[in-house]
Design a protein around this ligand. Structure first.
Ligand SMILES: Nc1nc2c(ncn2[C@@H]2O[C@H](COP(=O)(O)OP(=O)(O)O)[C@@H](O)[C@H]2O)c(=O)[nH]1
Ligand SMILES: Nc1ncnc2c1ncn2[C@@H]1O[C@H](COP(=O)(O)OP(=O)(O)O)[C@@H](O)[C@H]1O
Length: 298
């Protein structure tokens, strides 16, 4: 059936749809800053690169209150200190205002800078369902020069999992022995459920040969490796957005709604720890993220 509306009406409908979509995108971006999936500096870069994009169209007031630890009171003081009017949009900031805002963000929310002198002991961590297992499996298949550490765990094997290949499946008594005899470089109880740990021997052998070893472990384990081996290279895997992290967790379908909600609460805390890491890699595309991580170990 032909559209009986007049062209201006059609235009108005299209414009209002676009406005709704842009508002939704701005809300998603604010959420990404609030959940620390992206840094405020990253959002500002996107706004300045594309002033008419949803990032560019964001009001400075909305932007500042999405930053963790900035409420309405602080926001107004910051704006007056920086000489920026509250009606400004990010994409419309003048050159001096941009510089003032950037300098303020860099001192208050420093972005982690890569450290030099890192070793070939690579640690990959990140929030639940970001794709750590998927990326690690891709590295194992496509970068055979990198040795993927096989952890010991007290959880039961899933269908298709092979002892010694995916994990060393051990009982509680054996895990206790590994801990007592110092055979684990690190270990942790993950998701309040089972214990997981990294056997020390194979790692020492691989590193002694001058090869690279990759550990895919949780945040508690990454912190222990940092303490035990300060020169280890710590890589934090990030989702492209908070919404995508939620989609991946739900899409994987391995947890029920309650466990999903619990993991997402933990994920927020884990995302806040990314500044402790040497590098951050966004897992938008598995092969790209894997290549980026592999390059850090060469
Ligand atoms: N600390 C630590 N965490 C590990 C180790 N091995 C695996 N993990 C973490 O344990 C979690 C659970 O892994 P897994 O049992 O494969 O299941 P899934 O994440 O529920 O699919 C993941 O977050 C892994 O990063 C390890 O040796 N040490
Ligand atoms: N780059 C990606 N793009 C889209 N989906 C991905 C990507 N990486 C992983 N996934 C999917 O996300 C879900 C979680 O990945 P998984 O490797 O199990 O996460 P983790 O080991 O971090 O808990 C899986 O369904 C996986 O297929």
């Amino acid at each position: 059936m032909a559209d009986s509306r007049t062209p201006p009406e059609v235009d108005r409908v299209a414009a209002s749809r676009r406005a709704v979509a842009a508002r939704r995108e701005r809300a998603a971006l604010k959420n990404d800053v609030a959940t620390r999936v992206i840094t405020p500096q990253e959002l500002l870069r996107r706004a300045l690169d594309a002033p008419t994009s949803p990032a560019g169209a964001m009001r400075i007031t909305e932007f500042l209150t999405s930053v963790p630890a900035i409420g309405a009171g602080k926001r107004d003081r910051i704006l007056s200190d920086l000489g920026i009017s509250p009606v400004k949009r990010l994409g419309g900031l003048g050159a001096r205002q941009r510089e003032a805002l950037r300098a303020f963000l860099d001192t208050r929310f420093p972005e982690p800078a890569p450290r030099s002198g890192r070793s070939r002991l690579l640690v990959l961590a990140g929030p639940t369902a970001v794709g750590k297992g998927t990326v690690a499996a891709h590295i194992k298949e496509h970068h055979p020069d990198i040795h993927l550490s096989v952890s010991a765990t007290t959880r039961a094997p899933r269908p298709g999992e092979v002892h010694g290949e995916h994990y060393y499946f051990v009982d509680d008594a054996e895990f206790d022995r590994l801990v007592a005899e110092g055979e684990l470089l690190e270990w942790a109880t993950v998701h309040n459920a089972y214990r997981y740990g990294t056997p020390r021997g194979p790692i020492e052998r691989v590193l002694a040969e001058g090869s690279t070893v990759l550990l895919e472990i949780d945040l508690q384990g990454a912190r222990q490796v940092r303490a035990a081996e300060p020169s280890a290279t710590l890589v934090f895997l990030l989702p492209p957005s908070w919404d995508e992290l939620v989609n991946r967790l739900i899409g994987r379908g391995t947890e029920g709604p309650e466990e999903q909600a619990r993991r997402l609460r933990t994920a927020r805390g884990e995302l806040a720890a990314q500044a402790e890491f040497d590098y951050r890699v966004v897992n938008d595309d598995v092969a790209r993220a894997a290549a980026e991580i592999a390059a850090l170990g060469s």
